[in-house]
Design a protein around this ligand. Structure first.
Ligand SMILES: [Zn+2]
Ligand SMILES: [Zn+2]
Length: 129
């Protein structure tokens, strides 16, 4: 199944930054930080849990390779890496993709908690005075 409206099926060659047999990497069109990349399986599947083992391995191999590309172009200070799985979790494009989001010292006031911030009130679990 390849819905004609799916933005991640049939990528243009020019949009592919790196690739292997099963997955490819592109820059996010609406980056949340400089160098925000997406790792995407060529096959149209809804989310991470629908991937085959080979696709999972191919996807993680490319996620690893993103680092070299990002480091040489943007010199980030850290990363958040993650999937949004299901509408309740904020997934908007229903073709599996892994976000690789470079982070820069000072880009937000209190980075502590990172991906825990998907539920803002739970992000920093320290008890504050
Ligand atoms: Zn698709
Ligand atoms: Zn997304």
């Amino acid at each position: 199944m390849e819905p004609v409206t799916c933005p991640f099926c049939s990528p243009a060659d020019a949009d592919i930054v790196i690739r292997n047999d099963l997955c490819y990497v592109r820059y996010d069109r609406y980056p949340v930080s400089k160098g925000h990349m997406l790792v995407i399986p060529f096959r149209h599947v809804q989310d991470f849990f629908d991937l085959t083992e080979d696709e999972r391995n191919a996807l993680m191999a490319l996620a690893h390779d993103c680092r070299g590309v990002v480091e040489s172009n943007f010199s980030p200070d850290g990363y958040n890496v993650g999937f949004n799985i299901g509408e309740a979790a904020g997934q908007t494009v229903m073709h599996c993709h892994l976000h690789v989001i470079p982070r820069y010292r000072g880009d937000v006031k209190k980075p502590r908690g990172g991906v825990r911030g998907v539920i803002p009130a739970k992000k920093d679990y320290r008890i504050e005075d």
